[in-house]
Every structure is written in C-alpha cells, then in structure tokens.
Ligand binder design. Structure first.
Ligand code: KG4
Ligand code: ZN
Length: 335
C-alpha cells in the first residue's frame, strides 16, 4: 500500500489529498467560509451542494499536483462520521465510485481520528510516539484522548456543552466580528488586556471535563452592560479576556491528562490549535512539566484530507476493508 487518496467533506471544507506512504504529495482544501459567512454560520444544505460542485475538480487537481494518474491509487480513505450527513455522503459516494471503478479498497475514517494523526504529517520519517495524549479542539469538538496505539483510544474528557471553537465563534458573533470567529479573536486579542475583564473558568475540579457555555453567557452579559457601540479597545480587551479564560482551562486540563496518563508527549490538534495564545501558553506549561508538545502547522490544524488519508493508510495497512453499504453518521464517538 503506497499511494492513498483521502477525501474529507464532513463540514465546510471540501478536501482531497494524495499520500505516498506517510508523505503528503498533495492536499487541496476548498473552504466554504465565504459562502457561510453571509449567514454567520454553516448552512448544511448549502455546504452539501458546494461539496458536489467542487469535489471532482479538486480530485483532479490533487492528482495533478501529486503527479500521478488515478489508476496509481491503491486505497481510498474517506471521512464517514461524525459530521453533517448531507455533506458526508458527497465524499462517501465519491469514494465508493472510485473504489468500484478502480477495484481498490476503501475505508471509512472517523473525523476525529483524522485530527489525531494531523501532527504526524510533518515528519514522516519519525515514528508515531505511542502512547500519547491528544487535546482535540475544533469547532465541533473538545476532547482529551489517550492514544494508546493505532485505533486504540481512551476518552479522558470532553465538553459538557459547547466546543472550544464554538465558544470562539459565538463570542465573535456577539462582538460583530463575523464568521469564523477564532482567527478574528486571536488577532484582536493581541491588542487587548487579558485581565481587563474577569470571566469565569469552569474548572470542574477533579474531572477532565470541559464546559464553555457559562463563559459565553458571562461575555454576553458583560457586553450587554457596556455602553454601545463598543469602542475598539474594549472589543480587544473582551477578546483577550475571553481567550485567556478558554486557554487557561485547556492548558491546565491537557497537562493534567498527560500527567495522570504517564505519557511524555502531548499533541494539540483541530482548528483552535492554531490559536497563538494557546500555543504560547501550552508550550510554556509543557516545558515546565517536561512534556514534548506537538502542534501541527495551521494548514493541518483545520480540516483537511491529508490527515484523513494518513489515518486511513494505517487502517488499510492493517487489512481493514469497507463494504459498499458503508453509511455516513452525524454522531459517532471515537472510543
Ligand atoms: O477543525 P476545524 O477546522 O473544524 C472542525 O472540525 O470543527 O475547526 C474550526 C474551528 C472554528 O470554530 C474556528 O473558529 C476555530 O477552529 N479556529 C480558531 C483559530 N483558527 C480557527 N480558534 C481560535 N483561534 C484561532 N486562531
Ligand atoms: Zn475538524
């Protein structure tokens, strides 16, 4: 198994990647941000239609960039869970059609398993360090996972309400910063004072669970109590103070999860892993705790097909094969 094709259409990025072993030969991502920004959030029906329009051209482009023709592909990996079902089925139908036409195997990949593999796209010569702990922080998920081996995961903690990225997006919307909110808050927070407002941290002592909806509500109440319209410095201070409240909880719990699991490597993956304050503070905390920190470059933090292809590559190597009746699922747990 050398050449593997990856397909990701679970949410608002249409992505196709070609891997040669662990080496990324191409990874094309067509974002729908402009489409959904009009509505201030993802519209599932529009997302599915856009995947239909874009998938075939992107597939061709991914093959061209990798410099191979379709008949060189030996296996196909596709995200089939969790996500928007209408969006997932577009990628799944494409994977099945290719597998049937090429007479090659395909496997369904859990979207979060893809994120777990994202830090290992960068240095393909380095063995994947097992066991390690991964903090998955994206628009839809906040999960702390003990990664024992390929396909062997133990859930240490998860959010009880909003995902970390969802909190960023909702607070950004509240402040009129548009969609997606994470990058905007990250940027504005650099000019703000993280201590200007004291927002609550849901420590949920003694557990590795997360909760961000109280924080979001606290920001809303604070904003409602301020003179409108907000001046730019106040917005920057709100961004910095909110971001700091999220980052502190993520850092402390991730380190705690790694420590209690007895691992020496911690990875941080998903869209929110691109956050600059999270990266800086996580790096400092890992240094003090004697942990090695792995964070993928931004292009592999957000949704992409390369990470799906890598997760699928190991499943295919293991001999896993999906049937043509493989379905798409809106919800599915990783472990
Ligand atoms: O992993 P991802 O691309 O999609 C999901 O699987 O959900 O993550 C998208 C999320 C969005 O909520 C976005 O606001 C957030 O990641 N995000 C950030 C940053 N860049 C993206 N959040 C905070 N700081 C950032 N720099
Ligand atoms: Zn994702």
């Amino acid at each position: 198994m050398e050449w593997v094709l990856g397909i990701e259409t679970s949410c608002d990025e249409t992505s196709v990647a070609v891997l040669q072993g662990r080496v990324v030969r191409s990874n094309l991502v067509a974002s729908q941000v402009e489409l959904h920004a009009r509505w201030g959030g993802i519209v599932p029906e529009a997302a599915a239609r856009q995947h239909v329009e874009r998938l075939n051209p992107i597939l061709q482009q991914a093959l061209d960039e990798a410099g191979i023709s379709l008949n060189r592909i030996e296996g196909i990996a596709v995200t089939n869970r969790p996500g928007l079902v209408g969006a997932l089925v577009v990628g799944l139908a494409c994977a099945k059609a290719l597998a049937f036409a090429l007479q090659k195997p395909f496997v369904g990949v859990h979207h979060l398993e893809g994120h777990l593999y994202s830090p290992f796209l960068e240095h393909p010569e380095r063995a994947i360090p097992f066991p390690h702990v991964a903090l998955i922080v994206s628009g839809g998920h906040t999960e702390l996972v003990l990664v024992r081996h390929h396909g062997h995961y133990e859930l240490l903690g998860h959010t009880l309400d909003d995902a970390a990225g969802e909190a960023f997006d909702k607070v950004a919307r509240l402040l009129g910063l548009g969609y997606p909110g994470g990058p905007a808050i990250d940027r504005l927070a650099r000019q703000g004072d993280p201590q200007a407002f004291s927002f609550p941290r849901a420590w949920l002592e003694g557990s590795l669970m997360f909760s961000f909806s109280g924080l979001k509500t606290a920001v809303r109440r604070t904003v409602e109590g301020l003179k409108q319209p907000l001046d730019p410095q106040t917005i920057a201070d709100l961004c910095a103070s909110f971001q700091q409240a999220v980052v502190e909880v993520l850092v402390r719990k991730a380190i705690e999860g790694a420590r209690t699991s007895g691992v020496s490597v911690l990875s941080v993956v998903g869209g929110v892993a691109a956050n600059s304050a999270l990266q800086t503070q996580m790096r400092q905390a890992c240094e003090s705790a004697g942990l090695e920190l792995l964070i993928p470059p931004p292009r592999y933090c957000t949704d992409n097909a390369a990470m799906i292809a890598l997760a699928g590559y190991y499943r295919l190597l293991h001999g896993e094969r999906a049937d043509f009746d493989l379905d798409a699922y809106a919800n599915a747990s990783l472990a």
